[in-house]
Design a protein around this ligand. Structure first.
Ligand SMILES: *Cc1c(COP(=O)(O)O)cnc(C)c1O
Length: 457
């Protein structure tokens, strides 16, 4: 048997990559103010900026687009999506929204009141922002291992159960619900074990709190459980996902991740009264409850994508591609976050460029270097993205200064990723020559999106 695991699909439609030169990229990068978000996609050869909405759709999904039912009310495509979603998410009420954050906004605008505190294993940035927007306070309670990038733990996305219990004892009256993000995107795409999810659910029951699962990458998380958790290897990813979702009262879901679609989202829940409330609000912000901000064809593509994403040959390819990349980088002593996550690999910029001071943004230097050398686009999720200023204007930096390279689903092959590991290795070998950056324009919030930079002389 060959040890090579090949991509479990053939390529039928191709999107050519615009091959550029170092000189062209140097010019484009300067014009972009050294911010990857300011590049045009034609200026990028391998685009690992995000796995969100960037999936390649299957022939069945493209086929489904043609038969999407665009009726204002009662769309056939909605009922098809509802049936698939009820089976996977195990909830009777399925509410369509145009993307994940619209679902968060919808749910939190009803359930979160000023001063309320919402614990999670790790809130995603839009989740945290939507809680804060309703006056709530997002609280992250990951296990301690999550803070150590080189430490191996099979379920680094787990919630710290002891801290959750203590938190609920102390804050009981200000907590409306508990959240669990699977996989934990902000923590490196790390999975949550079934055992941990069940324990979180048991604690929630004891305190009478509903559990909300942010299920964006549920298929990747279910497959990690199948591969890494004792007693789970004989079960299907679907069965595991269903058991996870039975623990939740509400599920928020972005179809731009594990529905293999380019747009869309869902809220799934079991409480009829709450479902009625949400549907009434939905009409004001998103649309009628049988389309909720999506076209019929979007819903058709999502229904089909949800049927495909739990295919275990696909999941094996998906998870293995990232694992393979991380193994190769690690073998070359490159500081990569361990173990491999489900949708991305992360480099520890502070350890990649120890000679660049934190206030000269090693992560910006790393994204710039990898782009210049190879036309590869990643994103800084460190001192710029999660840093801030104190009242004296001094920098406050996060614990980890990371750069993320996220893999769009079914888009790149092992050869593309081999190229990526070679370029990153080359940048690492010549790291001593690289210098830091300073702000040219410092955006007031979510600084990584809109700030621009210039090299330190
Ligand atoms: C992407 C994402 C969201 C928000 O979904 P959008 O479709 O981008 O609005 C919420 N939670 C997690 C964990 C995500 O990765």
């Amino acid at each position: 048997m060959s040890k090579i695991l090949f991509e479990p699909f053939r390529i039928k439609v191709v999107e050519p990559i615009n091959i550029s030169t170092l000189e062209q990229r140097a010019k484009w990068l300067r014009r972009a103010g050294y911010n990857m978000f300011n590049l045009r996609s034609e200026q990028v050869m391998i685009d690992l900026l995000s796995d969100s909405g960037t999936s390649a759709m299957s022939q069945e999904q493209w086929g489904a687009l043609t038969s999407g039912d665009e009726a204002y009310a009662g769309s056939k495509s909605f009922y098809e999506l509802e049936a698939v979603a009820r089976d996977i998410f195990q909830k009777p009420y399925i509410i369509p929204v145009h993307q994940g954050r619209a679902g968060e906004h919808l749910v939190f605008s009803v359930l979160v009141k000023p001063g309320m505190k919402i614990p999670s294993n790790g809130h995603f940035d839009t989740t945290a922002a939507n809680i804060a927007d309703n006056g709530g306070v997002p609280v992250n309670l990951p296990i301690p291992e999550a803070a150590y990038p080189r430490e191996f733990h099979p379920f680094k996305g787990n919630m710290d159960l002891e801290r959750l219990e203590k938190f609920l004892h102390k804050e009981d009256r200000s907590v409306p619900f508990v959240m669990l993000t699977i996989t934990n995107n902000s923590g490196g795409g790390q999975p949550v074990s079934l055992e941990n999810a069940k324990a979180v659910h048991a604690i929630c029951r004891r305190f009478g709190k509903p559990l909300i699962i942010d299920g964006c990458r549920f298929a990747e998380n279910a497959f990690f459980i199948k591969c890494r958790e004792a007693g789970q290897s004989a079960r299907s990813a679907l069965e595991i996902a269903q058991e996870l979702f039975q623990l939740a009262s509400i599920i928020t879901f972005s179809a731009k991740k594990d529905a293999l679609a380019n747009i869309g989202g869902l809220v799934c829940l079991e409480d009829q009264e709450l479902a009625e409330k949400l549907k009434n609000r939905l009409i004001i912000t998103e649309g009628f409850p049988t389309y909720g901000g999506m076209s019929g064809r979007d819903m058709a593509a999502i229904a089909q994508g949800l049927k495909e994403v739990l295919n275990e040959d696909y999941l094996k390819y998906r998870v293995r591609t990232i694992e393979w990349t991380v193994e190769r980088l690690n073998a070359r002593d490159i500081p990569v976050l361990m173990p491999a996550g489900g949708h991305a690999f992360y480099l520890d910029a502070a350890r990649f460029f120890p000679h660049i001071r934190p206030e000269h943004f090693p992560g910006i230097a790393l994204t710039a270097e990898v782009y210049l050398r190879g036309g590869i686009r990643g994103v800084e999720l460190g001192n710029v993205a999660f840093g801030a200023r104190d009242e004296h204007g001094n920098h406050v930096f996060p614990v980890l200064d990371l750069v993320r390279f996220a893999l769009p689903r079914r888009v790149y092959t092992e050869a593309h990723m081999g190229y990526v590991t070679d370029i990153v290795s080359e940048a690492f070998e010549e790291r001593a020559k690289v210098r830091g950056y300073k702000f040219k324009y410092e955006a007031p919030v979510m600084r990584h999106f809109r700030s621009t930079f210039e090299p330190i002389e």
